[in-house]
Design a protein. Structure first.
Length: 114
């Protein structure tokens, strides 16, 4: 059974930092492309950052220079380091694993106060 579990969300003041983690089980993690997405009520889920199995990364323009995605294949975990957080970063953050199928976690809430 595939499971993705996100950790690390919370409430932080603008300008602060958070580190999200997503622990995967039930998949050959190293083969999967991993991504962090976010969603606010009434809007579509959007890609924040992605990392391929080979380590290549991509970012939404809104987070470039502030967020860093990384992965530890030995721990079956993908991370999202979020610095210089802004109120507009407030959202439910989801982890996604993609190879031939796509799997989602349940999400972790990030709230940035002004």
């Amino acid at each position: 059974q595939v499971q993705l579990e996100e950790f690390g969300g919370g409430l932080v003041q603008a300008g602060g930092s958070l580190r999200l983690s997503c622990a995967a089980s039930g998949i050959t993690f190293a083969r999967y492309s991993m991504g962090w997405y976010r969603q606010v009520p009434g809007k579509q889920r959007e890609l924040v950052a992605g990392i391929l199995s080979g380590g290549m990364t991509n970012y939404a323009d809104s987070v470039k220079g502030r967020f860093t995605i990384s992965r530890d294949n030995a721990k079956n975990t993908v991370y999202l380091q979020m610095n210089t957080l802004k109120p507009e970063d407030t959202a439910l953050y989801y982890c996604k694993a993609v190879l031939n199928s796509a799997y989602w976690g349940q999400g972790t809430q990030v709230t940035v106060s002004s």
